[in-house]
Design a protein. Structure first.
Length: 597
């Protein structure tokens, strides 16, 4: 960012302008200087290096074809050409996630070294540490699992996310992933990346030398400079990330797999039915072994139902409170997870990266209902089961749930397997109480297993700007970084406002597009930062996100104008070469910077 700011300042101070230069030319062939073709080739090659080689995409889907992978890469190249700050923000999010995972694994190993390992499992497995490269391999979807249980859909093509790997590390079940094999799959090493960065850096050296010697710089070179700086950021963030890996590591027949994958599958969005956002574990409260064995704890099978499928005792109208687990995706939009309520309020805390504490109210004597497909739990669950259907909360019975169907035998089998794993997670949290809030959601009506993205079909390249799991980065802070990067990109092009343009119309279009890009980034960054401090801005953001009018305006007016501005900047950078001052083709005198006789 500092380097980009320095370039903007230097470019803004150069004295070359359209009004002061009367020596103009069209296509220029070089006798002893550079020509138009030299400029185009140099910039296009640099853009190719910066956009093509700097991309470190995630592991593709298991059944992807070469055509699909090429199309995916082409889309990211186009995105890198017209909106490089989005690619940088993607790399930044992955970097934060990989560093977080590496730090958490190191903390797990350090704890076991100080307090001992679980004798039931291999001590070598519990004490293994991962490098940042191995963590990147996990973040990019390099670890897939194949379970023996056919009760888990897509059981042969599930990818572990960073959250899933972190859970296994916490439980001492971290899989053995050899770093050498990961590096062997990678298509680039540190030396190759260094040479690419060195070659791209030559463009910056040339441009700064031209500015210092008061030689004009073309718009194409300015645009290329922005991509060079973004490429430096990408290589810095992705330096340890393996490049172009197509084949992941598949875990098969591990002793722990079936039960833990069942638990992770039930918690993850992969188990959602279309458009209902309701996971299989949502209504299942967790009772610890001590609570299940307490004399005053009656098993949930004794819950009596009346003719209307409701418990005999109604839900109180007193305020309820829920503290979502730290990594829970429910913190993005709790109303979808709790259900449609008459009054809803989010209570902000200063110590959490997301809004996990939610207070909500129910009005009047509201009776509790159970979805027909969930009645089977009250018939099958026993005292020894840790996961029991809540006696006062059934999310699937609420009015906004569109899916209703009999609970399949596979779903019952997943529930039975998850019961075998959840106690291990609870015992691990009891030895390290500070992690209870990471894996469990506590509420007035009971304790529930937190809903994190543990497994997924394929890890996407763009993780989004609103969710980073348990990574301690506020969603608006990340959005602000992206917005500031966009404003810097616009500011770099705005610094060319006094350069030569073939026509005045092109000058004003360039200035307008660059100004729109830069100012919009600053305004968005300020808005995202304000939402962290001022409650009114948070409510405004919620209104904007859910307003149909705002979404229509954004999709039909704002987004097309934004894309047009970005496309014009790139196109104008090329077509402006049709007519340039002759001084553009002079090369810097390098003898000014090196000792000579």
């Amino acid at each position: 960012m500092f380097l980009l700011l320095l370039i903007v300042v230097l470019l803004a101070r150069r004295s070359a302008s359209a009004e002061g230069d009367t020596s103009l030319t069209g296509w220029y062939e070089p006798p002893n200087e550079r020509g138009t073709w030299n400029i185009i080739v140099s910039c296009v090659l640099t853009l190719t290096i910066c956009v093509w080689s700097a991309l470190h995409l995630n592991v593709p889907a298991q059944d992807s074809r070469l055509k699909d992978r090429n199309v995916r890469r082409a889309r990211w190249i186009i995105l890198g050409l017209f909106a490089p700050e989005l690619v940088v923000s993607t790399a930044f999010a992955q970097f934060l996630t990989a560093k977080w995972l590496c730090r958490e694994i190191r903390k797990d190993v350090q704890y076991r070294k100080e307090h001992g390992t679980d004798p039931a499992w291999s001590s070598e497995q519990q004490l293994q540490e991962w490098s940042i490269t191995q963590c990147y391999f996990a973040v990019m979807g390099g670890i897939r699992i194949r379970t023996k249980s056919e009760s888990i859909p897509s059981h042969d093509r599930l990818s572990l996310t960073a959250e899933g790997v972190r859970l296994l590390s916490f439980l001492g079940r971290l899989p053995e992933i050899d770093e050498g094999q990961v590096l062997d799959k990678s298509k680039a090493d540190g030396l190759a990346k260094f040479l690419v960065v060195l070659q791209a850096g030559w463009m910056i050296v040339q441009t700064l030398a031209r500015v210092h010697q008061k030689l004009p710089v073309t718009l194409l070179e300015i645009n290329t400079m922005g991509h060079v700086v973004c490429a430096f950021a990408l290589y810095g963030l992705w330096w340890s990330k393996p490049l172009d890996i197509k084949d992941p590591t598949v875990l098969v027949d591990e002793e722990w797999q079936d039960r833990f994958i069942a638990l992770m599958w039930m918690c993850s969005p992969i188990c959602w039915h279309e458009n209902d956002f309701i996971s299989e574990i949502r209504c299942l409260q967790y009772l610890s072994p001590a609570e299940r064995n307490a004399p005053d704890k009656a098993p949930s099978i004794n819950t009596e139902m009346n003719s209307n499928n409701s418990p005999s005792s109604p839900v109180d109208s007193k305020p309820q409170k829920t503290h979502f687990s730290v990594g829970s995706i429910a913190a993005q939009d709790p109303i979808k997870f709790i259900g449609p309520l008459e009054k809803f309020e989010v209570v902000r805390t200063d110590t959490k990266p997301l809004d996990h504490d939610v207070i909500y109210h129910t009005h009047g004597q509201q009776s509790f209902k159970v979805a027909k497909e969930h009645e089977v739990f009250f018939k099958r669950q026993q005292r020894h089961h840790g996961l029991q259907h809540s006696p006062v909360y059934c999310r699937r019975a609420l009015k906004d749930c569109d899916f209703h169907g009999d609970l399949s035998d596979a779903a019952i089998k997943r529930w039975e397997l998850a019961n075998l794993a959840v106690d291990d997670l609870w015992h691990a949290c009891q030895t390290r109480p500070e992690y209870t809030e990471y894996f469990f959601t506590t509420a007035t009506i009971g304790r529930f297993v937190g809903e994190c993205v543990y497994v997924i079909g394929r890890v996407p390249n763009f993780p989004g700007l609103s969710y980073l799991g348990s990574v301690n980065v506020h969603r608006d802070s990340l959005k602000s970084v992206v917005a500031f990067a966009g404003s810097a990109y616009g500011g770099l092009h705005l610094s060319a406002w006094n350069d030569f343009f073939p026509t005045q119309a092109e000058r004003w279009l360039w200035v307008s597009c660059a100004l729109a890009t830069g100012v919009s980034g600053i305004l968005l960054a300020a808005f995202f930062l304000a939402t962290q401090k001022v409650r009114a801005f948070e409510r405004l953001e919620h209104f904007i996100r859910n307003s149909k009018v705002v979404r229509w305006t954004s999709a039909s007016i704002i987004t097309p104008l934004f894309l047009t501005a970005r496309i014009f900047i790139v196109v104008e950078a090329f077509i402006s070469l049709r007519r340039q001052p002759k001084d553009v083709y002079k090369t810097p005198e390098w003898s000014e910077y090196f000792p000579h006789l």
